[in-house]
Design a protein around this ligand. Structure first.
Ligand code: NDP
Length: 511
């Protein structure tokens, strides 16, 4: 969106102030786009889209390659922007840039193969001799609505495959972190992308709602509550949508787990991005024989984790709490657990300002009556629970309304794989947590209240297309035998044929 600047450098008509969660200072202002402005952006996108879709794959790949180079040559500026508006550690911001650079390369390379026409065969007597195929057609204008926890990865990351499939995209970032998306709009301009193929509309929830009212497909990442609203509206409009919602991801530590690895994975899974990931490890179940040793090691490592205002590489492990209301949710979950008998082994408190921070917090003696084990916390806290055996772990992992991801740490991979298949989660990692997200060929999506559809993998790009099926009769007769006026002998012949193909004789043969 083009911005007119006032004399003091703030955009004219700016209504949303963006703060730095680590300092509380206002770092920018963005327009709060009205429904009419969203409709205008969609209109411009509709005009631009056919030209973009007609480009051959190589030309689109060329635009992506330019963008990839821009992304890498502006990495410091992008990192600073993410850190400034989100408050995360610089290392977490770099991970977002690495993801987007690889996404440009991956989707440019794979789009043609994954969207290729498919030849279809049929043995039905009604279509003998027809040549049939399916083709994938871009949906038109894709609306991407993103959250504040990953201003580049969960927002612009989804723009890339939508564009690769030949759509135009309008992106609505979170009102709390809109600046990185605007930087991507600048990137598109500076890389010479065709005008209006990618646009950003900034604003609050109503702006997102207006996008759902006008786009041809919605890719939404955020809370389950808002996801339901998006899906309901998409249902009314009969447009497809893909939802990546909340999670309460569990990690199981098996009795044969290498404990140093278990602790490293736990800490990374629970505290990277300040625990503000849909895929954060939010609860741990440890088999009784290794519980004490694991907790001792985990406590020691938790106490070494640094948190505070990010100030360059290596300055802190855990940054700020980005979303103001999240601080009360985190406090509430910790207080609720303590009031029901949990013990705090590390952290446990909000850090005094400026900025919003919560100490990396380790809780034990927890159970499923506590909010911290059942509701999404989305902060730098981790409850750990002792379980008698694998059966109890499986029961407790599956005792959740969410089903995004789960992790298992253990030495016997065969055993861990069998266990993985019993968990009600869209993704399971063994001896890892979260790294699956970086494998763009591997689908990622939630079960239960964690979402609908997937990103990544073949479906991660095919969802941005509609299917067209084409059937051609290459040898058209004056009249096919099954056509009106009906001929009894023709239908007796068809029945005999069907009997041979699917009936009793074949049935007997199959026995
Ligand atoms: P929301 O789901 O409300 O927001 C996500 C995005 O949707 C934002 O861009 C938001 O705009 C937009 N939006 C809000 N209302 C609507 C609407 N009616 N129609 C369309 N778009 C809309 O999440 P919150 O930011 O309020 O966070 C709430 C909770 O969600 C957190 O506490 C956390 O538990 C969870 N969460 C999960 C994430 C995930 O990755 N799965 C990411 C972030 C949060 P705006 O921000 O401008 O209001």
């Amino acid at each position: 969106m083009a911005q007119t600047l006032k004399a003091d450098g703030t955009p004219a008509g700016a209504r949303i102030a963006v703060d730095n969660p680590a300092t509380g200072a206002v770092v920018g202002h963005v327009p709060d786009a009205t429904a009419q402005e969203v409709a205008q952006a969609i209109g411009r996108a509709r005009q631009a889209q056919p030209g973009w879709a007609e480009l051959d794959v190589r030309s689109r790949a060329d635009f992506f390659a330019r963008a990839r180079r821009w992304l890498l040559s502006h990495r410091q500026e992008i990192t600073d922007c993410i850190v400034e508006e989100n408050g995360k550690a610089q290392e977490d911001a770099i991970a977002e840039i690495v993801y987007c650079a690889s996404a440009f390369a991956y989707w440019a390379r794979q789009a043609q193969r994954l969207l290729a026409q498919t030849k279809i065969r049929s043995s039905s007597p009604f279509v003998l001799g027809r040549s049939m195929y399916t083709r994938r057609v871009p949906l038109g204008v894709v609306g991407v609505i993103g959250p504040w926890n990953n201003p580049l990865l969960n927002t612009f990351g989804d723009v890339i495959p939508a564009l690769a499939a030949g759509n135009a995209v309008v992106l609505k970032p979170s009102e709390h972190t809109p600046l990185t998306a605007l930087l991507m709009e600048r990137m598109a301009r500076e890389c010479g992308w065709p005008g209006n193929v990618f646009q950003v509309v900034t604003g609050a929830g109503a702006t997102g709602q207006a996008l759902v009212d006008t786009a041809d497909f919605v890719m939404f990442t955020g809370s389950t509550k808002t996801g339901r609203l998006v899906a309901a509206r998409a249902g009314e409009r009969l447009i497809p949508c893909s939802l990546e919602l909340g999670g309460k991801d569990a990690l199981i530590v098996l009795a044969d787990a290498p404990l140093e690895r278990a602790v490293s994975v736990t800490i990374q899974g629970a505290l990277s991005n300040g625990g503000q990931m849909c895929t954060s490890v939010e609860r741990v179940y440890v088999e009784e024989p290794v519980y004490d040793a694991y907790v001792d090691l985990l406590r020691e490592r938790f106490q070494q984790v640094t948190s505070g205002k990010p100030a360059g590489l290596g300055s802190v492990d855990v940054g700020a709490v980005t979303f103001p209301p999240q601080l009360s949710t985190v406090e509430d979950h910790v207080n609720d657990a303590v009031s029901k008998g949990a013990r705090i082994l590390a952290g446990g408190h909000t850090t005094p300002g400026p900025g919003r921070f919560f100490e990396p917090t380790l809780l034990v003696d927890v159970d499923h009556t506590m909010k911290c084990m059942r509701e999404e916390t989305f902060g730098p806290t981790l409850p750990v629970m002792k379980v008698a055996d694998v059966e109890e772990a499986v029961r407790l992992v599956n005792d959740s309304s969410y089903g995004l991801q789960a992790s298992i740490i253990g030495s016997n991979i065969k055993h861990a794989r069998r266990l993985a298949e019993r968990l009600e989660a869209g993704c399971v990692t063994i001896n890892d947590a979260q790294t699956n997200y970086m494998a763009l060929g591997l689908p990622m999506g939630g079960w239960k209240n964690s979402g609908l559809g997937v990103r990544h993998g073949a479906e991660g790009i095919r969802k941005y297309t509609k299917l067209q099926a084409i059937s051609a009769n290459r040898f058209p007769l004056r009249r096919d035998m099954h056509m009106i006026p009906y001929n009894p002998s023709a239908y007796r012949f068809i029945l005999r044929l069907v009997d041979v193909m699917y009936g009793t004789r074949r049935g007997h043969r199959n026995k």
